[in-house]
Each structure stands twice: as C-alpha cells, then as structure tokens.
Design a protein around this ligand. Structure first.
Ligand code: AMP
Length: 580
C-alpha cells in the first residue's frame, strides 16, 4: 500500500491539496487550478458537482448547491441539496474525495492518508466531524493541525530557534489571528482570536453598495435581483485589481434601463476611496490582534514575525497597517492562499519520515525592494528624494505593481522617473538602476496623475512604465538584470556615484516632481475646506484663515514644499477648533 501522506487545507471558501516531493512543496493542480472552491452541488442531470462548476451554478440554483459547509461542522444538522438532506460531514467528504482524486491522478497511485488543517478555535466536536469527513472520503486522518501552525511550518520547516509569530488570517468570510510559539521543534498556538463573520466578502459588499448607489443617483436605475450577481462579480474583480493598481474602472454592459434607455455601468474607483470604505474592518482586525496579544501576555514588540494567510491579505492596506503596528514588514514569500496547504504537506512529510529543509517552499522571490523617489516627508522635513518602495523584497514572482504620483506644477510638461533598488528611506542611499523622462504631458493643473508600473518577471527582468492617466501617454524601459546581486564594493561605489551626481543634501538635483504622500492634494483639500468654513467664521477667524491660505498658496507656487507643513498644521488646527 502506498505510504504517501497528503496535506489538505479544507477551507470555508477554498480548499487545496499538497505533497512534498524532492524537498519541494507541490500544490497539486486540477486542470491548471491549485484552488478548489469549497462548493458542492447536484447538477441538472443529477451528477455531483464539486469546486468551480458548483460555484458557478450557485448563482442560478442555490437550492441545488451547498457552500461554506465548514461553518456547520460539528453541528447536529442536515443541509438540503436538491431536495435531499446531508450531514456537514458528508458534504465535506465530497470535497475531500475530489481532492483525493486530484492527488491520485497526479501521483498515479492511490492515496489513503492525510494531514488536514483546522482553525485553532475548532472545538472537539468540530475536529471529530472533520476526522469523520476524512473517513467517509476514504482517508485516514493521521493528524489534524491548526491552520496557524501550518502557516508557520510553511515559512520555516525547521523550527529550531525560539520565535514568536503572529499569524494574521483574513479570508473571504472569516478572520483569525493567532500567536504561535516556536521552540525546539514544538510549534504551539498560545492565543487566538477572531471574527467568523468578517472577511473579503464584506469588502466586496462595500463596493457593491457604492455601485448600487452610483447607478441610482447617476442613472436613476434601481438594481434588479437578476443583475446583482454580475455586480457582485464585478465588485470582487475590482477589489482584486485595486490590490495592484491605484485605480480601476468597473464596467458592465446593460445593467438596467431608465425610461426605456439601456444603461451601461462605467465607474472609476480609486484605491484611496476603497481603502476608506474598508478601514473600519481593518481597525476591527487590529483590535482582535490586541486581544490575542493580551491573551498571550505579550505586546506588539514581542512578536518576531508577522505572517499573512488568506486571499484578503493581498489588500495593501492590510500590510501597511500591520507594518505600522509591528514596525516590521509582514512576510509575504509564501502565497497566502496556499501556505496552509503547504504547511499541512510539510507536516505530512515529517510524519512520513521525509527529510525537509527550511527552503522547501521559498521559491522565486525577489531579494530586493524596488521603488522610486518622490517629494515627501523624511525625518519631519519635506525632502525631494523620499524613497517610495513599489515592489517589496521577498514578494513572490512574477508580479506587477502600479502606484500613482502627481505633478506638482500647473501645466507641467514632463516628469522625470528614477528607479532605485534598496531599503533606505532616503532614495539617495539606495542604488539607482534606471531613469527616464516622460515628456509631452497635457496642459493640466498640478495634481495630474501619473501611473508608475513595475513588473518583475521570473527571469529578473524589470519592466518599468510611466503613464499619464488622463491621456494614456506612456514611456517605458526594461532593465534586464534587476536581480543580479551587487557585491559589497560595487554597492559602496554605486552609492558614492549617486551621491556625487546629486550632492550630499540632494541640492543641485533635478526636483523629482512627484508627490506620493499627497501633500499637495491634502493642501488643496484643506484650502477648499477652509474656504467653505469662511462663511460661518467670525471676522477674526476669517482673517486668520485667509492669511494661512495665502501662506500655503505661496509655498505651493514657489515649490517650497518644506514651507507647506507649518501653515497646513495651523490651518487644520483652526478648522478643528471651529468645527468643535
Ligand atoms: P480565502 O478564504 O483565503 O480563499 O480568501 C478568499 C478571499 O480573498 C476572497 O474574498 C477574495 O476576493 C480575496 N482575494 C483574493 N485575491 C485577492 C486580491 N488580489 N486582493 C484582495 N483580495 C483578494
């Protein structure tokens, strides 16, 4: 009998199966897909559907389809599917059997044993139900491990050094945070907290509401039940796009009718606006982190590493807020959708006595951070060469990221783009690897958005392009050997060279006409707000507001950005005082 033990992540939304082969974790694909949606259904000809086909039919025939069965595991209930009833174990068994089949087709041999992951908070009854589901599917569950433990294993198969890890798991419908302790090869979940009704679906819902309101206000269209499924899909796609792009245009043909005229949807959404919509949810996850840390008698500074699990952690705001909280970049080397399955496979290999090293799943990552320089705040001062990372070190390849920058002058005709490799907040302390000009911009007021895209492929080739958003005017370059390592000496030499070109203080350099921190945008918004409040202000306050606005406008027209900070602070203080 075959001795192979597979690792399975049996998830609420998606499931995966993996094995270790030649010291590498392999997530087994089914027709090119590594992820099997955790949907089960009965098709029109009474055939059993699992995964994508079941997910597709859910929209049309919810009564013939079951989703999110994991939420019912351990309950004494039956769910209905095409007029038959099933226990949660039976539905989970159908998913497991499908996964088993996928592995057997790949391995060309039968599979009888599995390690299955479960959430850290699962009760005995829920664990027992999972074991039973395995048995029904013809799998002996040789071990059940907690999902955060599996995530930790996927990052570090050899658990030697003592470490405290925070695993942040934000999926489609659930959020969990766990503190995991690693010592002498023992991986233990010491505290856990979460919300099983918080996840990417809530993010989608915010975008859906936004679209529905837009259609109602702009086109007088009340969304019909039959179009809501299309809007749901469009919202989810838009959300994913905003993880890599600063803007997305949501487009759907024929979304309804108004007085006999067909209405098409075309709505631009910026990442900034989207992040505002979901900020309350991210705040909630941070509160949960503090509860978990309290439970473990720890504070943020005791955490050695933050690991991301679950598709929704691809949302840049998640990493950004975690970085602020823990003062370290969360680790992203292992695909957040696959790391639990990878950890299950590593555990399975250990049980089977297969040697496995730490680097088993860490493949194809960039060892360097790439970014550009822009006007921004550095050590409390406005500085023209603040470093703005775009692709972060240890991201898995290939990847493509776009950020938005703004012109700082009215009718600015060109922008100069410099690309650096490194980590220092001062771009001049990093290595410049490329530069180019985008010329011929349209006549536009300051704040004309320029999209800068960096795309790094598996061969270390970096494609860089800058595009004027409103016209599509584009300039691009390719750097062939972006990942080739610089020797120490070369590195020092390169730094010197850059310093010479720019001068120690950056004086004499061409001003990089970008404003990543949106200081100008903020200044303009503040001025607008100040002007609005003039009406109801006393004559004394009015004079103060007018004077400060003048100082801000002077600083903007003199391009003296260092002088912006103080009057902006003054104006926000006055406005805050007036508002309260
Ligand atoms: P999981 O339950 O871990 O499979 O996560 C599924 C959730 O991750 C869904 O809500 C997806 O929409 C979301 N998701 C997947 N990819 C991305 C992405 N690139 N950006 C933001 N959310 C994503």
């Amino acid at each position: 009998m075959s001795n192979i033990i597979v690792g399975i992540d049996l998830g609420t939304t998606n499931s995966e199966i993996a094995i270790v082969k030649d010291n590498k974790v392999i997530i087994i694909e089914d027709a090119g897909h590594k992820i099997l949606p955790s949907f089960v259904g009965i098709g029109e000809n009474n055939e059993i559907l699992v995964g994508e086909p079941a997910k597709n039919q859910y929209v049309l025939y919810p009564e013939r389809t079951v989703k999110s069965i994991k939420r019912r595991m351990g309950e004494e209930v039956k769910v209905e599917m095409a007029e038959q009833t099933y226990t949660p174990q039976e539905i989970s068994a159908i998913i497991l059997k499908r996964l088993k089949g996928i592995a057997e087709a790949y391995l060309n041999e039968p599979v009888h044993k599995a390690v299955i992951t479960v959430p850290a908070y699962f009760s005995d009854a829920q664990r027992q139900a999972t074991r039973e589901a395995g048995e029904i599917a013809g799998l002996e569950v040789v071990r059940m491990i907690n999902e955060p433990t599996a995530a930790a294993l996927s990052y570090e198969a050899e658990q030697k050094a003592h470490k405290r890890i925070l695993v942040y798991d934000l999926g489609g419908g659930t959020f969990d945070v766990s503190v995991v302790n690693i010592e002498d090869n023992v991986v233990e979940v010491v505290a856990s907290h979460g919300n099983n009704k918080l996840g990417g679906d809530d993010f989608d819902q915010k975008i859906i509401n936004h679209i529905v309101e837009h259609l109602k206000e702009k086109s007088g269209v009340e969304v019909q039940r039959k179009t809501i499924a299309r809007i749901n899909r469009a919202a989810e796609i838009a959300k994913r796009t905003l993880s890599d792009q600063p803007f997305v245009t949501i487009e759907e043909e024929y979304i309804g009718e108004h007085e006999g005229t067909p209405i098409h949807l075309s709505l631009e959404l910026s990442r900034d606006d989207y992040e505002e919509m979901i900020a309350e949810y991210i705040d909630e996850t941070l509160e949960a982190i503090h509860i978990a840390l309290n439970g473990a008698n720890l504070t943020a500074s005791d955490i050695d590493e933050v690991l991301l699990v679950g598709g929704s952690t691809r949302t840049p705001l998640v990493s950004q807020r975690l970085k602020e909280e823990f003062r370290k970049q969360p680790r992203i080397e292992v695909d957040p959708d696959l790391c639990v399955a990878a950890g299950a496979a590593i555990q399975a290999a250990m049980i089977a006595g297969i040697d496995i090293t730490a680097s088993a799943v860490l493949v194809d990552i960039t060892p360097y951070t790439y970014g550009t320089s822009a006007l921004g705040e550095l050590n409390g001062e406005m500085y023209p060469y603040m470093y703005v990372p775009i692709i972060h070190k240890n991201s898995s390849l290939p990847l493509s990221k776009t950020d938005v920058f703004y012109t700082v002058m009215d009718n600015q005709e060109a922008v100069e783009v410099r690309i650096f490799q490194g980590e220092d907040n001062d771009a001049l302390n990093n290595i410049q690897i490329g530069e180019f000009m985008v010329e011929g911009l349209t006549q536009a007021p300051q704040g004309n958005p320029i999209l800068l895209s960096l795309e790094l492929d598996l061969n270390g080739i970096l494609h860089i392009s800058a595009k004027e958003k409103n016209t599509g005017l584009e300039k691009s370059i390719v750097i062939d050997n972006a990942i080739s390592r610089f020797e120490e000496a070369e590195m020092a030499e390169a730094k010197e060279r850059i310093k010479e070109i720019f001068g120690e203080s950056g004086e004499g350099a061409v001003v990089v006409e970008q404003d990543t921190d949106n200081h100008l945008v903020q200044a303009r918004a503040l001025i607008e707000k100040g002007e609005r409040m003039l009406e109801n202000a006393s004559s004394e306050d009015r004079e103060d507001i007018v004077n400060v606005i003048e100082t801000i406008n002077d600083a903007i027209s003199n391009k003296d950005f260092a002088a912006l900070k103080e009057p902006m602070e003054q104006l926000s203080d006055i406005l805050y005082y007036l508002e309260s």
